[in-house]
Design a protein around this ligand. Structure first.
Ligand code: NAD
Length: 341
């Protein structure tokens, strides 16, 4: 009996008929059409996402994974032996799978991986293969994303959707991520069905690129709120206020924000926060700084005037360069400012 997945149907009728899959189908004796999925980038986010995807797919489906880090693919296959194949390169994934999810660090990685997948433009050459669906969950700049989308669309090889996410590694493991997607309206149901295997909410913000614009606007605000919270807490504590009393007051007042309420930078204020464990784990300062840089770049390209962005970027650069702060949760800004721990 096939595992039931309410969201796997988007691929049922799209299986490519490569030699290996044809023989596999005969071997299994299954009458149902099997689907082949691709996943590229098994890092901190991608690994648990691919694991959740594999767990929710029908058992007869195949998930082809690829990462330049061979340790990651090897481990993935060991931990998920059923219905998983490792591809040697991104092109092989694109040749065999019809829906491909990418979770890569930076714009140049995304550009490189999609170039390998789309060149030469012969993915559909055998006449039976259907258009690919590419879903990129990486946080990159909207311009690079648009270039990659154009390459997919203009070559007629597939449709491209930007689907950056929030929820961090904890959300990726728990399958509770929120995805913000930029997609043509006719793709939304299908993409939502796929992403819901790895997350809880899928928000369609508009045409291709809109997901990234939403994500970067949010993370710009988050980066600034984080600095402002660290400064306000530091200020109040230096004036002699009790840290918990100050945070409680802020969190029922107009200054309330995610960094003040959930991720307060002062140790002891919010139990279980990164600040309470030496700023370990959480949302790394390098990632926060990367997203801020992407937001500034995209704003500049659109002639959007920002007054706070550049000084904030300079501060995060300095925090990242500080050995007491590097590699820690971004609330470590409070430590950088000399806050009492
Ligand atoms: P990561 O660095 O842990 O993982 C990236 C993976 O991509 C690595 O395994 C790496 O080997 C692989 N990779 C790099 N180049 C490749 C290539 N050319 N071909 C195949 N694989 C390649 O990064 P992450 O933390 O998983 O983040 C991935 C993306 O998600 C980033 O864009 C990040 O900004 C975004 N994001 C991260 C978080 C988070 O909390 N970590 C939260 C939201 C969004």
């Amino acid at each position: 009996m096939r595992a039931v997945s309410a969201v796997a149907s988007p691929l049922r009728r799209l299986t490519p008929l490569t030699t290996r899959q044809t023989s596999r189908r005969c071997f299994s004796g299954s009458q149902s059409v099997q689907a082949v999925w691709g996943f590229i980038g098994l890092g901190r986010m991608g690994y648990p996402m691919a694991k959740n995807l594999r767990a929710k797919l029908p058992i007869d489906d195949t998930l082809i994974v690829q990462d330049v880090n061979l340790e990651a693919t090897k481990k993935f296959l060991q931990e998920n032996p059923d219905g998983v194949r490792i591809a040697d390169n991104a092109r092989e994934v694109a040749e065999k799978a019809e829906a491909i999810i990418t979770v890569l660090p930076e714009p140049h990685h995304v550009r490189g991986v999609y170039k390998s997948m789309l060149q030469p433009p012969t993915l559909l050459k055998n006449g039976t293969a259907k258009e690919r669906l590419f879903i990129d969950c990486s946080t990159i700049d909207p311009t690079t994303s648009r270039e990659v989308a154009n390459a997919a669309h203009s070559s007629g090889q597939g449709k491209f959707v930007d689907a950056p996410m929030s929820g961090g590694v904890v959300g990726a493991r728990a399958g509770t991520l929120t995805f913000m997607i930029g997609a043509a309206p006719e793709l939304v149901d299908r993409v939502t069905g796929i992403l819901q295997m790895m997350g809880r909410r899928v928000l369609h913000l508009g045409e291709q690129g809109a997901g990234l614009h939403g994500k970067l606007a949010n993370n710009y605000l988050l980066a600034l709120n984080n600095i402002a919270t660290a400064e306000a807490m530091n200020m109040g504590i230096k004036w002699g206020l009790d840290p918990k009393a100050l945070a409680n007051m802020i969190n029922i007042s107009t200054g309330k924000c995610w960094p003040s309420e959930i991720n307060n930078p002062v140790p002891g204020v919010v139990e279980g926060s990164p600040a309470c464990r030496g700023y370990e784990g959480g949302f790394g300062v390098a990632l926060a700084n990367k997203d801020l840089g992407l937001a500034l770049k995209a704003a500049k390209e659109a002639n959007v005037k920002l007054r706070l962005g550049e000084p904030a970027k300079q501060l995060y650069d300095d925090v990242e360069a500080d050995t007491q702060c590097k590699g820690r949760d971004f609330s470590v800004v409070y430590r950088y400012l000399g806050g009492k721990e």
